[in-house]
Design a protein around this ligand. Structure first.
Ligand code: NAD
Ligand code: DAU
Length: 356
């Protein structure tokens, strides 16, 4: 069995569902259930005996040690984190606490457990750390895409906290020999993404006839990765990745934000023609402080060495995502708690433009 952290969040819940459907071996899912973690995401496996959910903090070393001792997982897949850049700008402390201090506590618990295992289990054990392309900083229009050797240059408190966690993971391999693998991926999109991130926020706002707030000039570029492709990459890295290595995972789908939002509007015009044209809702608003201009991932290492490649084109992945949200507005309502409404008000103000 495997231990997953953050398995009630966006990527984590997609990963747990994907894992149970493909690999089929049991999962213990440790998640604190912050605002971003929702058991609704795991409703399909509520009664599945292969899935055990534990509410708790990765920073609770005694809890993590007891889970490791009880279940003896062959791997830990570490996804738990504070993940939203705008929130890290408003309040960085939680990001350092979970992403750096929490990852350190998790690594300590894992190291203590792993070093006492019999040799064969120690050999096959893996700690897979899920990180981000944001640790590499920002690219100019004509710069080559980020590769695994690109120097770290994190620009937001979120990116700095993920960079800190990556360095700790690297050090635990180098110093203690812990068999770690790190994946650095680009922007994910797909079902169950909390509606604070660009794609689901724009879908939900457009459906409700609210403004679509695009930061700055809208020409910032992200490399969009369908979440199912990311889950497959994690599985492949776990199965065939070499300890101590890092793998970049990207969608081969660079798009400027304006083009993403316009594409969402065009699909909605087709699926919900009553409010067409949805693009009239687009508003260019104050920029994000320190806004990285461009991310792009060079995935050739994982493609060449592990045989992974993205299977979903951006246009079909985006359409599938929109169809999922249209069919799951009850999920959207369920996850938009009072704290969600407070966040929207804090970040965007009541008129839909960011308060900077
Ligand atoms: P998310 O915010 O949707 O989910 C994070 C999950 O972690 C939530 O379920 C939350 O309850 C849980 N969590 C937070 N703090 C915790 C703690 N202290 N202990 C236990 N659980 C805790 O995030 P996501 O978008 O699913 O991202 C998952 C991982 O992938 C993160 O490490 C993130 O940095 C990384 N990542 C995300 C993207 C993306 O586009 N979403 C891209 C690259 C990397
Ligand atoms: O690149 C990987 C990263 O992608 C992950 O590590 C992060 O966890 C994840 O949140 C994401 O970070 P971004 O900042 O790129 O994602 P976000 O969805 O917040 O924003 C995407 C782009 O859209 C970015 O250029 C900012 C812009 N944006 C975002 C929001 C929420 C807007 O223009 N308006 C908005 O309201």
């Amino acid at each position: 069995m495997i231990l997953v952290t953050g398995g009630a969040g966006f990527i984590g819940s997609n990963f747990v569902l994907d894992w149970l459907a493909t690999e089929g071996t049991p999962v213990v899912n440790l998640d604190k259930l912050t605002y971003a973690g929702n058991l609704e995401n795991l409703a399909a496996v509520r009664d599945d005996p292969r899935h055990e959910f534990v509410q708790g903090d990765i920073g609770d070393r005694a809890l993590v040690e007891s889970l490791l001792e009880k279940h003896r997982p062959r791997a830990v897949v570490h996804l738990a984190a504070e993940s939203h850049v705008d929130r890290s700008i408003h309040a960085p402390t939680d990001f350092i606490q979970t992403n750096v201090v929490g990852t350190l506590a998790l690594l300590e618990a894992v190291r203590s457990h792993w070093s006492a295992l019999p040799a064969a289990e120690r050999e096959s054990f893996r700690f897979l750390h899920v990180s981000t392309d944001e640790v590499y900083g920002s690219l100019g229009e004509n710069d080559p895409a980020f590769c695994e050797a690109t120097p770290y240059a994190p620009n937001s408190p979120y990116a700095a906290s993920k960079a800190g966690s990556d360095h700790l993971v690297r050090a635990y391999h180098h110093t203690y020999g812990l068999p770690t693998i790190t994946t650095n991926c680009s922007n994910n999109y797909g079902p169950y993404q909390f509606p604070e991130k660009l794609v689901p926020l724009m879908i939900v706002n457009a459906l409700e006839g609210k403004p679509l707030p695009v930061y700055g000039d809208g020409r910032n570029v992200r490399d969009w990765l369908y979440v199912a492709d990311h889950c497959a990459a994690i599985r492949v890295a776990l199965a065939r990745g070499a300890p101590g290595e890092t793998y970049n995972v990207g969608g081969r789908a660079e798009r400027a934000n304006t083009d993403v939002v316009t594409a969402i509007c065009a699909i909605l015009d087709e699926l919900r023609p009553q409010r067409a044209p949805h693009r009239k809702l687009i508003e260019y608003v104050a920029d994000r402080p320190g806004h990285d201009r461009r991310y792009a991932i060079d995935s050739r290492k994982i493609e060449r060495e592990l045989g992974w490649r993205p299977r979903h084109a951006f246009e079909s992945g985006l359409r599938a995502t929109l169809q999922w949200y249209l069919a799951h507005m009850d999920w959207v309502d369920a996850v938009r708690s009072g704290s969600y409404r407070q966040w929207i008000d804090d970040n965007y103000g009541t008129r839909g433009a960011p308060r900077r």
